[in-house]
Design a protein around this ligand. Sequence first.
Ligand code: GLN
Length: 304
Amino acid sequence: MEYQKIFTEILKKMDDYKDSGSPASYIPELRDVDPDKFGVHLITNTNQNYSLGDSEEKFSIQSISKVLSLVMAYKLEDEDLWKRVGVEPSGTPFNSLVQLEYDQGIPRNPFINAGALVICDVLVEHLENPKEEFLHFVRTLSGNSSLEYCSRIAESEKLTSYRNAALINLMKDLGNIRNDIDTVLDFYFNLCSIEMTCSELARTFLFLASYGKNPITNEKFLSSSKSKRINAVMQLCGFYDEAGEFSFKVGLPGKSGVGGGIVAILPNQYSIAVWSPRLNKKGNSSKGMKFLELFTSETESSIF
Ligand code: GLN
């Protein structure tokens, strides 16, 4: 497939696309990113690579990290994990509080903030040095030992963390947080602050396009059954209250972050990462979504 040519053609088609959103402003450090950056990288499971634009520039992957923390926690807890977090689409914004009280502190899924905080609590419980061990895990998945947290962004988020503090306090009260709240929050802000380029991100997620095994190095990170389930949760919950729209228009399991990144995978074929910081009202990259919509239509490569 001539992905490179297709990238260029789609970008040209998008010249008239009115991208009216703006970068996330509730985390001060994210507000200052150049809103008109755009990058894309695709890696196939035979290690063919295609990229365009600012694909080698680092950005904050934010909630995309929630998939990697879920993978780590799922490996540690197996099916017991689902006693503390569900696998249903929430239909609510990523930072919403409303369902938690009805659901007795059990978040609907691991990708809304409440669910991701429970996953962080699980990791804090299991790991001796959660931050170091999680970073080591991400580096192993990516095959890149230079990946880092960005303390500037983590600190910036901490200063405005009223929502996440409310979520974790409510869950602590309802009995679904077992560790010290500040320790869990600090871990959560750090994992959201990891920085990657589009090419690093696409490569990191390639194992999920290949039943848990990196198809290039043959390293097995996750059982095929668990990998299938992670993809199912991405498909159903990866875009919060826009998960239906992403399925409808793009048709791939994927995950977004408020840094403007989106990663999506086509099982047995490829992993693709896009980055464009202007967000729509649901907190997902608007240009990134449009690009992926045109891409899967043009290449007939959605799972549907
Ligand atoms: N760190 C962000 C937050 O907790 C992550 C949100 C996101 O990327 N959707 O608000």
